[in-house]
Design a binder for this molecule. Structure first.
Ligand SMILES: Nc1ncnc2c1ncn2[C@@H]1O[C@H](COP(=O)(O)OP(=O)(O)OP(=O)(O)O)[C@@H](O)[C@H]1O
Ligand SMILES: [Mg+2]
Length: 353
């Protein structure tokens, strides 16, 4: 079942069309991310779902309830929407202890002390903060403060959780750890999450499905493996992970495959549903290229970056610079003359938008 449904949503601020007629759904128990560069409209969509912005056009459903419809003049207030929210500056109140912070949303609803106690215990348990309940935020680490904000969003038992870059204030190590915690929390509670990030690694790691956005529009929706392996266009191919783009020429075609010439005469046969002819662009992931003393295409190592588990090379083949990532089992020197082999490539028609 769908827990959030967004239909032809647009939001205009004066001359800026921040969100341009986007539609997507978040299913029950799903971790769904909006991913895209700064300014592409991610937060605006989230703020519309939260009722903090009024859409210029479109409809939003949370569960079965229509919460926004410009054509029907529906705009349900934030307080009446069954949502929990955590934003980038997670804004825990410094003068309140952990338990006061978390219980606050119920206190203003004037719930009984017993009910608050019970729900508070449950929320603190969910995020693993039971033993820190009497501390003040300045006595907590960044990750613990983040969990206070999550508990405060969860205590109202919302139908959906809206998270806007909630990890971006944390250092790199803690961010990685919190990715696991967030996903685990989502699995345990089953609460659907609409998550906003410009960090592609974060979106790939955590999401069941994600939508890649640019300039107010959604370019592709899919699960992480699908988006990584079959990006819908050049923008998505470039934005998700690392990608080499190589100019090529279609030489021959038979049913479903084409033979393409790249890198100064090297021929490759690859799958191609697009039916392209003539000049084309091949997209190749760095891990789909190997370099070594026996590769097919001559190349020279220009720069080597040691990443620990991987070696990241910038190599020059003819006039073309490529990124190549290999396991750390054999390491080559800068300046070495080698050969490279392309094991897998994608051919896009790259429709103009
Ligand atoms: N209140 C506002 N008034 C005018 N323009 C706005 C307003 N809020 C956002 N915008 C504009 O709308 C566009 C989308 O903004 P939004 O905050 O949704 O981007 P974002 O994808 O969340 O970016 P980031 O990753 O930087 O947070 C931007 O061009 C922004 O400048
Ligand atoms: Mg934003």
């Amino acid at each position: 079942m769908e827990k959030i449904r967004i239909l032809s949503l647009s939001k205009r601020y004066g001359k800026v069309l921040a969100v341009d007629s986007t539609s997507f759904s978040v299913r029950d128990k799903e971790f769904f991310s909006l991913l895209g560069p700064s300014g592409c409209g991610k937060s605006t969509i989230l703020r519309c779902v939260a009722g903090l912005e009024e859409p210029t056009a479109g409809k939003i459903y949370i569960g079965e309830t229509l919460v926004d419809s410009t054509s029907d003049h529906v705009n349900v207030s934030t307080e009446e929407r069954p949502i929990g929210m955590v934003f980038q500056n997670y804004a825990v109140w410094p003068h309140m202890t952990v338990h006061e912070n978390v219980a606050y949303p119920l206190k203003i609803k004037k719930m009984s002390k017993e009910v608050i106690r019970e729900k508070l215990d449950k929320a603190l348990h969910t995020v693993g903060l039971e033993r820190l309940a009497d501390r003040y935020p300045n006595q907590l680490s960044g990750g613990e403060q983040q969990r206070v904000a999550l508990a405060r969003a969860l205590i109202k038992e919302p139908e959906v959780l809206l998270l806007d870059e909630p990890l971006s204030n944390l250092d790199a190590k803690l961010r990685e750890q919190m990715r696991f915690e967030l996903k685990d929390l989502q699995r345990r509670t089953g609460i659907p999450i609409l998550y906003v990030t410009h960090d592609q690694a974060e979106a790939l790691a955590m999401s069941d499905r994600l939508a890649v956005m640019n300039a107010g529009r959604i370019l592709q929706v899919g699960d992480p493996a699908e988006i990584y392996a079959r990006p819908a266009d050049r923008f998505v191919a470039d934005f998700i992970g690392l990608m080499n783009f190589l100019p090529g020429r279609v030489m021959d075609r038979s049913s479903g495959t084409v033979t393409v010439e790249v890198l100064g005469g090297h021929r490759m046969t690859i799958a191609d549903p697009s039916g392209q002819e003539g000049e084309c662009t091949l997209a190749v992931r760095p891990e789909d290229i190997t370099v070594g003393r026996t590769g097919q295409i001559p190349c020279r190592v220009e720069v080597r970056n040691y990443l620990g588990n991987l070696i990241d090379y910038k190599v020059l083949a003819g006039e073309q610079t490529l990124r190549v990532q290999t396991p750390n089992t054999e390491i080559f020197e800068e300046g070495e003359e080698l050969g490279l082999t392309v094991h897998r490539a994608m051919l896009f028609s790259f429709p103009e938008r």
